[in-house]
Write a protein that binds this ligand. Structure first.
Ligand code: LLP
Length: 385
């Protein structure tokens, strides 16, 4: 977003004019930013035979999906509804990797029928798959991230151990027994390490664990390192070092290849990294209020349309589009729901008045896709620029 002669512009459009033309609240996605992110990702991992399955849970807008398809990406899907949506947009079923957890087995059966690939994360599904299809349906196995990051290593929060996803260390022997018993062809191994990766060693550590397991499974032709690369949300945030992440993979892969003579594909499932920075939520200030020493701007969106600040205390940059050069003022920005609905607390912004247009930035991932109709409010409009 650029300031040009006192007017904010986004992808060559005047932001105020977009809001006047299309109304608010309005989600805008900048196509060029998505293209840039896909390119950065591809450049970093270009030395490897790799495939990207875009995690459509981050943003399943039709134009975003079409763009990903045209850029040659596949899809990481988590529900039969996402699979149907991706098929309807034009993805080949074979490009869709389905990673269900806790869904009825019936959804897996439908996915198989439609031709999607399966990523199995628990023993129940593995057994059901084996019993129903014997060796006819191949799958990848999702490994618990605690296997990648053992307790105490680089994980102050214990996130890796607490995750409920994937087959755990103590279940691995049983999983391998089921694979053998039913003659299931395991064609890939998967781990999603975290959703906010900044540690450059994570992919390398994950690859080592998956490659060790791949030695016992001769049909494995890909290892899938999941998503989780975090783009910056504020100016002072570190940019993820994709080259370092890629570099950490070189040695384990070379070693595996020279020892086994097998060369494996690398799969990734980025969501946030590809789309977060492309998204802006435009919202209008309805009411300015002074209360208990605070100045509060109530806007025409809220956590029904951007849940991340409420749910994760997430920080999204806000710009006052209508008053770029106004004097700085500390203000709380809250939504229009009948509930505590802070979008930002004690934020320093150019003076905000009623009727002003605000832009909430980096809202392209897990924004609209997590929206609801709480308070019976309709979903916001979305538009690709
Ligand atoms: N693959 C798997 C198996 C996942 O569970 C996820 C995200 C991804 C890929 C994509 O991760 P990403 O690259 O987008 O970080 N609602 C939260 C994020 C939840 C992520 C869940 N899984 C948020 O707004 O921050």
């Amino acid at each position: 977003m650029q300031l040009n002669e006192g007017r904010w512009q986004l992808a060559g459009h005047d932001v105020e004019a977009l809001a006047e033309q299309h109304g608010t609240p309005l989600y805008l996605y900048d196509e060029q930013t998505i293209r840039r992110q896909v390119k950065r990702f591809r450049n970093a991992f270009g030395a490897f035979d790799h495939r990207i399955h875009y995690a459509m849970k981050a943003n399943s807008n039709r134009d975003v999906l079409l763009l990903m398809k045209n850029l040659g990406l596949g899809i990481d899907a988590v529900s039969i509804y996402e699979i149907r949506h991706a098929l309807e947009v034009g993805f080949d079923a074979h490009q869709i990797l389905f990673t269900p957890n806790g869904v009825p087995f019936d959804e897996l059966e439908q996915a198989i029928e439609l031709g999607a690939r399966l990523n199995i994360e628990n023993l129940t599904y593995l057994e059901q798959l084996g019993e129903a299809y014997r060796g006819d349906v191949p799958c990848t196995l999702r490994i618990h991230p605690g296997l990648v990051m053992p307790p105490s290593s680089r994980d102050a929060t214990g996130w890796y151990q607490r995750s409920r996803f994937g087959i755990g260390e103590d279940q691995m022997a049983q999983a391998l027994r089921l694979v053998e018993l039913h003659g299931i062809r395991v064609e890939g191994l998967h781990v999603h390490s975290s959703s906010m990766i900044l540690d450059e060693q994570v992919f390398g550590a994950a690859a080592k664990v998956l490659l060790d397991l791949a030695r016992k499974l001769p049909n494995v032709m890909a290892i899938d390192l999941g998503g989780g690369i975090r783009p910056p949300y504020r100016d002072e945030d570190d940019h993820p070092d994709l080259d370092a992440l890629a570099h950490s993979l070189t040695k384990p892969l070379e070693q595996f290849e020279s020892e086994t003579g097998r060369s494996l594909q690398l799969w990734f499932e980025p969501g946030r990294y590809l789309v977060a920075e492309s998204g802006t939520l435009l919202t209008r200030v309805n009411v300015i209020k002074q209360l208990g020493g605070r100045t509060i701007a109530a806007v025409d969106t809220g956590f029904h349309q951007l849940l991340r600040p409420k749910l994760y205390d997430a920080w999204h940059e806000i710009k006052n589009i209508s008053n770029p050069h106004g004097p700085q003022q500390v203000i709380d920005v809250c939504g229009c729901l009948c509930e505590e609905d802070d979008l930002a607390k004690a934020r320093s912004l150019p003076e905000v008045r009623e009727g002003h247009l605000l832009a909430i930035r980096n809202a392209g991932a897990y924004g609209y896709s997590m929206a609801s109709t709480y308070n019976s409010r309709p979903l916001p409009a979305e538009m690709m620029l």
